[in-house]
Ligand binder design. Structure first.
Ligand code: 5GP
Ligand code: ZN
Length: 112
């Protein structure tokens, strides 16, 4: 298994877990870009958001349900941002689908 996030989900590499259910694992980003920066990942290995189709569509619902719960438990009452980088143009660096949950500050309007 050479996927970093599969190894984190399996507990082979340590992480600061903030949420887990049977479909989703979430942990704090090692290089936070906001006061709250959490990575939400499906336990199922998908490379990126381009694989979210057909039978995988439920993964997106699982991720966003987790995001709403995490935002509540993290006290993000002012709002939050969910971002997924897909492919080279978006600077995706880990090729296991993940969603950045960012919050705890007023973020820039510009997203690129
Ligand atoms: P990407 O650039 O692929 O959208 O996001 C990958 C994210 O994973 C980056 O924000 C990076 O800081 C984070 N990351 C990379 N390696 C590790 C790690 O070993 N542990 C944790 N917690 N985050 C990591
Ligand atoms: Zn993986």
């Amino acid at each position: 298994m050479d996927c970093l996030f599969c190894r984190i989900i399996a507990g082979e590499i340590p992480s600061t877990k903030v949420y887990e259910n049977d479909k989703v694992y979430a942990f704090r980003d090692i290089n936070p870009q906001a006061p709250t920066h959490i990575l939400i990942v499906p336990k199922q290995h998908l490379a990126d958001a381009s694989e979210l189709k057909g039978e995988n569509a439920a993964v997106a619902a699982d991720i966003f349900a987790a995001a709403a719960e995490i935002a509540k438990s993290e006290g993000l009452t002012g709002g939050f941002r969910v971002v997924t980088n897909c492919g080279d143009d978006a600077c995706q660096s880990v090729h296991h689908l993940h969603f950045h949950l960012l919050g705890g500050t007023k973020m820039a309007e510009k997203m690129s």
